[in-house]
Design a protein around this ligand. Structure first.
Ligand code: C5P
Length: 217
């Protein structure tokens, strides 16, 4: 059980403004992160859910939700609250790049090509991994299209996760928008658990069981 634990969860996409009416986003629905928030709350945790722009609502009363839009806002919110949490699950599909400048007025159509200059966003996971205390856990996600396990293992180490949840775009009915997901959990201790395709609610329960293992140690 997760009674007495405060868990921070990031979910959904981020939107990076280009001009007053446009943004760069991604296809994350937030369903996996919201399912995790409900599952952690069901298991007794107090959940702080930091959500990007999604069409979802929470039901459990132990979930406090903070809505953000951009990667920078998500970074600020997460950094403000992580120290008071027992751990974090980073499920959000955070933009890796954001426009260098945001136009004050709507960009006009022209006949020329348009070039947008992008700068890297701050890596929330890496920042948390760098300041994580021994009494805190950190769980990350990896969505890969090639060399899945190797890339996920690199991320696990680079971002100092306790375990990483790998989902592959090569699996049908997994990832973005679907109600199902197929995951492989890779732990810092070198374990590998591959699960079959399941509903995101069941996947969330599997992830919570892995977290309970860490918290119990
Ligand atoms: O490197 P990549 O973005 O694939 O890493 C995925 C993991 O890192 C996810 O857990 C994601 O939530 C997290 N992440 C983050 N901040 C970023 C980029 C990714 O927390 N700026």
């Amino acid at each position: 059980m997760l009674h007495g634990k405060r868990i921070l969860i990031t979910a959904g996409p981020t939107y990076e403004r280009i001009d007053p009416v446009r943004f760069i986003g991604n296809f994350s629905s937030g369903k996996m992160g919201f399912a995790l928030a409900e599952a952690c709350a069901e298991h007794g945790a107090e959940v702080l859910l930091v959500a990007g722009p999604v069409q979802l609502s929470v039901t459990h009363r132990n979930i406090r939700r903070i809505d953000v839009v951009s990667a920078a806002e998500m970074y600020e919110t997460v950094m403000e609250h992580f120290a008071t949490c027992d751990g974090a699950i980073l499920c959000a599909a955070v933009a890796d790049f954001t426009p260098l400048t945001v136009a004050d007025t709507k960009l006009k159509r022209g006949t020329d090509t348009l070039t947008l200059n992008l700068k890297p966003t701050k890596d929330i996971a890496a920042a948390l991994g760098a300041c994580k205390r021994n009494d805190q856990f950190l769980v990350g996600f990896a969505l890969e299209t090639d060399n899945e396990e190797q890339h996920a293992l690199d991320k696990l180490r680079r971002k100092n996760f306790d375990f990483i949840v790998l989902n592959s775009l090569n699996d049908s009915h997994a990832c973005f928008g679907y109600d199902t997901n197929k995951i492989t959990v890779l732990t810092a201790a070198g374990e590998r658990v591959a699960y079959p395709l399941k509903s995101k609610t069941e996947v969330a329960a599997d992830i919570v069981r892995q977290i309970e293992n860490i918290v119990a140690k």
